[in-house]
Design a protein around this ligand. Structure first.
Ligand code: PEP
Ligand code: MG
Length: 391
């Protein structure tokens, strides 16, 4: 997928949804993509002129000259914003009233890290390690894991890197994963030998880098304890220094146990892609995308942030919601410490944060948390004058 996205001007897909992993990679590289167009898109004449609008999720065949002109202007405006965001990469991501919100990048390649650093990313908030092994015939060994991650850490210098251990299952099921063994940490604990290989490959990298490990789809504090015991065993076996271990909060069960999870973790990371789908009972991989600004999802996020505060640990958001004009202000208002976003979004989100007032957004978030529907939350944000333009 990164190879295709690296060469394409735009991507139109028959199926899929906006938070499926193909869409995440395309967005990260700044390549417009529209999903769920149905089989008819395959019949389009290869010579046809097609206008593909990733923002609106629209594909227009043989567009009129006026639409082409408008699209070109939008592309130029986006290009100018990019240049300005790169020139402003040294500016700190601090709100007008002085609250620092660290902006990190979700990256699985050196190219994404370089792009993100050009916009001033403070480090990596999510490495999806499984993306390197989607076509591997066997569980990767320690050397393969080390070879996949070491170049990313080298590209970061002394900046921090949150490396997530394999989040396999669902739309990331390589041939070596038996069907129906769950997803995320549950799957890794069922396949301990494969998990230990990854730990043996990654943990020694902590000697030369600011490496932190993160566990995906953690069910609750008991499972977190079990995983940490296993990690401690590998640390002892290797004789290397321990690294901070964080938990991803991605289900209502995890948000309900946020205090327990925070007590077992060096940091928390909220995966809003899964949290939205699991809270609203939707199939993220089948194309349906629930709104992350649904009050039920927001309340799960707020409970997690409150638990992290009490435990005095940091909390980041690394789902796609971290970089949307509706959700970024709400997340800042709820009080997350860090936002980890696709490489192409880093400059935009850093610019948005500098235009925000944290106190104002904290009030706004409290009002949103008390609402009943996603539509009411959207109306609340849209009726508030926030200066969050794309360009
Ligand atoms: C998430 O669920 O929000 C997340 C960041 O993890 P992934 O998209 O890889 O499931
Ligand atoms: Mg997830």
């Amino acid at each position: 997928m990164p190879e295709i996205a690296g060469r394409a001007a735009g991507i139109a897909l028959v199926a899929g949804g906006a938070t499926a992993h193909a869409a995440i990679v395309a967005r990260s590289l700044g390549v417009p993509m529209v999903c769920g167009l149905g089989e008819a898109i395959l019949d389009v004449d290869p010579e046809a002129v097609v206008l593909l609008d990733g923002e609106q999720g629209e594909v227009v065949l043989d567009p009129p000259a006026s639409s082409i002109a408008r699209a070109k202007t939008m592309m130029q405006t986006g290009g100018k914003a990019d240049i300005r965001d790169q020139a402003e990469r040294e500016l700190p991501s601090i709100t007008r009233d002085g609250r620092m919100v660290t902006v990190l990048v979700n990256a699985a390649s050196v190219e994404e890290i370089q792009l993100a650093l050009s916009y001033g990313a403070a480090g990596v908030g999510l490495v999806r390690t499984e993306l390197a092994f989607l076509h591997a015939p066997h569980w990767p060994d320690a050397a393969a894991h080390r070879a996949a991650v070491a170049p990313l850490l080298a590209a970061l210098g002394d900046r921090p890197a949150v490396v997530r251990v394999l989040d396999l299952g669902a739309d990331k099921s390589p041939p070596f994963v038996a069907p129906a063994v769950g997803r995320g940490l549950e799957l890794l604990l069922a396949e301990r030998r494969g998990f230990e290989q990854q730990l043996r490959g990654l943990l020694p990298l902590g000697a030369d880098h600011d490496l932190r490990l993160m566990l995906p789809l953690v069910a609750g504090s008991d499972q977190m304890r079990e995983a940490r015991a296993l990690i401690d065993d590998v640390v002892a076996e290797l004789g290397c220094a321990p690294v901070p271990i964080g938990a991803m909060v991605e289900t209502p069960a995890a948000t309900a146990d946020a205090a327990g999870l925070a007590a077992e973790s060096a940091f928390l990371s909220i995966g809003t892609n899964d949290l939205t789908a699991t809270t609203l009972g939707e199939d993220r991989f089948g194309g349906s995308v629930g709104p992350s600004h649904h009050p039920e999802v927001l309340r799960g996020i707020a409970a997690t942030v409150a638990a992290a505060r009490t435990a005095r640990i940091r909390v980041e958001v690394c789902g796609e919601a971290a970089s949307t004009p509706l959700m970024t202000p709400l997340l800042v208002g709820i009080g997350v410490d860090e936002l980890s976003v696709g490489a192409a979004r880093v400059g935009t989100v850093r610019r948005w944060i500098r235009a925000m007032d944290h106190g104002e957004l904290a009030d706004l978030a409290q009002r949103a948390l008390a609402l009943d529907t996603a539509e009411e939350v959207a109306a609340l944000i849209e009726n508030t004058q926030l200066d969050l333009s794309e360009g």
